[in-house]
Design a protein around this ligand. Structure first.
Ligand code: URA
Length: 239
């Protein structure tokens, strides 16, 4: 890949800033100074350094964020803070993006990555990737609500949801866990709305079998661990 792209993707600055580093002679490839941004390098077998710092190449980044309310699941917005505004520059240069969407007021687990193939599979309607939410509700759920979720709910003139799981998390049934395998716009809120219940707060707690790391405060993120990455890729590679 191009030398300037590699260095930029690894968090050393924008392509413009990296060109300056190259111009100043701060970049070495296999211990020889290289000043050409367009030079082709193979990071798997060549040693690239900026000053004394080794450029550690990661083909793709995979992050888990605990999304706060009030932030939108987008890469750029004129008006609102986006989840991309919350990540370090190195990930912005690496062009990570949210894998799927959570509403502005929804909190919890959001994966960000720059692996387009992974995102495509994770969001494919054919994959039926499981998502689990904790919902605080305006009215309590009961056997009828649970049965309606199990049977699928008509949320549009021409759309009925697949069977979904619903479990009460408190004694009264005002807090519930919802499990869905689709990702229609405002799906959870619309499912409850169809039964006359308003969602007061919504948090995603699991995505594709991975639980939200509760040590992450809202707005914080970390890289997926190798074990988490294995869970996701195994799950997504199945047809
Ligand atoms: N369902 C919703 O209604 N909102 C979300 O953010 C996610 C699922």
């Amino acid at each position: 890949m191009r030398l300037d792209k590699l260095i930029s993707n690894c968090g050393f600055g924008s392509r413009k800033e990296v060109k300056e580093l190259l111009k100043k002679g701060l970049v070495t490839v296999d211990d020889a100074v290289c000043k050409r941004p367009e030079a082709q390098v193979d990071p798997s077998c060549q040693r690239v350094c900026v000053g004394d710092v080794l450029v550690e190449y990661e083909k793709y980044s995979y992050l888990m964020m605990n999304k706060p309310a009030g932030v939108i699941s987008a890469t750029f917005d004129e008006e609102h803070t986006t989840v991309l505004d919350l990540v370090a520059e190195r990930y912005q240069y690496a062009q990570v993006f949210p894998v799927g969407r959570l509403d502005k007021d929804t909190t919890g687990l959001l994966i960000l990555s720059n692996d387009g193939g992974f995102a495509h599979r994770a969001l494919s309607p054919k994959k039926h990737v499981e998502k689990v939410y904790r919902a605080e509700l305006s009215a309590h759920i009961d056997k009828t609500t649970i049965k309606a979720f199990e049977e699928g709910i008509k949320i549009d003139d021409d759309f009925t949801t697949m069977p979904a799981g619903l479990i009460a998390l408190d004694d009264e049934g005002f807090v519930a866990q919802v499990t869905i395998r689709e990702g229609k716009f405002h799906q959870v809120k619309r499912m409850f709305e169809a039964l006359g219940i308003k969602v007061l707060a919504l948090k995603r707690t699991h995505f594709a079998g991975i639980p939200l790391d509760e040590n992450l405060a809202q707005g914080e993120y970390r890289r997926l661990t190798d074990d988490e990455l294995k869970i996701v890729s195994n799950l997504l590679s199945k047809d």
